[in-house]
Design a protein around this ligand. Structure first.
Ligand code: ATP
Length: 433
């Protein structure tokens, strides 16, 4: 894990927020490469689960919502973590994360557990007496329920259908840790899929398969993934059934995403609290009912972390250690490095021209500094899948070499086919499309 954290900092993937002030616990910044990686990941998720499906629509709702939302959803009452403090070293822990009944840091005695609401409070309005006190959302899904009627009456969707949203969520985690795994500000990628109660199992199984396939498609090793079923007695207040996808991180298995059957809990609760009818009218059966909700709920940061951990590798090239990020080409922040073999004899101009043309459609990087091997290594370390080199033959016959990161094999292709080549390997379409 240390190696991954240090590579992320060194190459500008991810670093601590507000570093020059000593950092702030549980908040992280995605630098130039990290933002590309995360954006590729979110775009791929959206492409697969929204754009490519006829039964899905999207939403981008506000982070700050009416305070009553959080009363209706049960968060004010129930969104608690149980805290314990060590009486000796004063370190604080989440009771459900502890294995024994002593402090894991110094072995000291612990206090009795106390409930602590993990929503982040905020106020809207300039003066204290008129300000509205509310929260930064701890999950993105509540706006989907609150906007359910607005969406289904304006977009001609029919049950079964789903609404997807990607956005920031905030939780005042007692103990943020494991790099970006548990942060206080993070991004979720959530789907609420509305169906008839009698079809809940069918849709639950459908989403289980789709989710699993997506993690494989973004390149995670299947041996590092597993499902975990939540026992009935530990289900959240809204859930009829929850299973999690877990990933085998260097610090142990951790939740990547949940899949829950939320039943009719949320629409019923918001209907009751708002006094608005949130039922659905089925034009075919002429029935009115509250739909059942199947919720695949993923974290963009945890998915990024899994992708980084999965991709990190070290091997040996010509007797030297090589650090290589075996990122899926679709997710790689930079798709191709473009190099002239040497700067002179017009090769630099040719390579720059090619890079400028490719840049219109792909994230590329022009590099003419140092030996070609060093340039390859710099690209390998950040997961760039292809390096394209312009050499003397390019001037003769218009071909370039394409060197592939993992196999390090090189092939010559015509310069004007490089765009189509990158499209095939790095574009959003699945191979069988
Ligand atoms: P945990 O048990 O790890 O605290 P959770 O079960 O409370 O997580 P959910 O409420 O199911 O998490 O949230 C859905 C997804 O949002 C999680 O699977 C995870 O990917 C992401 N997520 C939740 N909390 C955090 C966090 N503090 N930091 C980063 N991602 C998070």
């Amino acid at each position: 894990m240390e190696k991954i954290v240090s590579l992320c900092k060194r190459r500008g993937f991810i670093f601590q927020s507000s570093g020059i002030y000593g950092g702030i616990n549980g908040c992280w910044d995605f630098g130039p490469l990290g933002v590309e990686l995360k954006r590729n990941l979110k775009n791929d998720w959206w492409y697969v689960f929204v754009s490519q499906r006829e039964d899905m629509v999207g939403l981008d709702a506000s982070i700050i919502m009416h305070p009553s939302v959080w009363v209706a959803s049960g968060h004010v009452e129930q969104f608690h973590d149980m805290l314990v403090d060590c009486k000796e070293c004063r370190h604080r822990f989440r009771a459900d994360h502890l294995e024994g009944d002593r402090c894991p840091d110094c072995g000291g005695e612990l206090t009795e557990p106390r409930a602590f609401n993990s929503m982040l409070k905020t106020s809207l309005g300039v003066s204290d007496d008129t300000a509205v006190h509310t929260y930064l959302r701890p999950e993105t899904c509540q706006s989907i329920f609150v906007d359910f009627k607005e969406i289904y009456s304006s977009s001609r969707v029919k049950i079964p259908f789903g609404i997807a949203q990607i956005g920031k969520s905030f939780r005042n985690e007692v103990n943020p840790r494991n790099f970006i795994f548990r942060s206080r500000e993070f991004e979720q990628m959530e789907i609420e899929f509305f169906c008839k109660e009698e079809e809940e199992e069918k849709w639950f199984d459908h989403w289980r398969e789709c989710i699993w396939q997506w993690y494989l498609d973004i390149g995670l090793h299947e041996s590092k993934l597993r499902w975990l079923e939540h026992p009935k007695e530990s289900l959240a207040h809204y859930s009829k059934r929850t299973i999690d996808v877990e990933y085998d991180f260097p610090f142990g298995w951790g939740e990547l995403q949940g899949l829950a059957n939320r039943g009719t809990f949320d629409l019923t609760a918001h209907g009751t609290h708002s006094g608005k009818d949130l039922s659905y009218f089925d034009p075919e059966s002429k029935e009115r009912f509250i739909p059942t909700v199947i919720e695949p709920s993923a974290g963009a940061d945890r998915a990024c972390l899994a992708v980084l951990c999965d991709a990190y590798d070290e091997d040996e090239v010509d007797g030297e250690k090589r650090v290589v990020m075996r990122l899926h080409p679709r997710l790689a922040p930079i798709k191709a490095g473009v190099f002239p073999l040497v700067k002179k004899d017009g090769l630099a101009d040719l390579a720059m021209g090619l890079e400028k043309k490719l840049r219109k459609r792909f994230a590329t990087f022009y590099d003419q500094g140092g030996a070609i091997g060093r340039r390859y290594r710099r690209m390998d370390e950040i997961g760039t899948p292809f390096c394209i080199t312009v050499d003397y033959d390019t001037k003769e016959n218009g071909t370039v070499t394409v060197r592939e990161r993992d196999s390090m094999k090189q092939e010559r292709i015509p310069m004007d086919e490089v765009g189509a080549f990158l499209d095939k390997h790095c574009g959003p379409e699945r191979v069988d499309a």
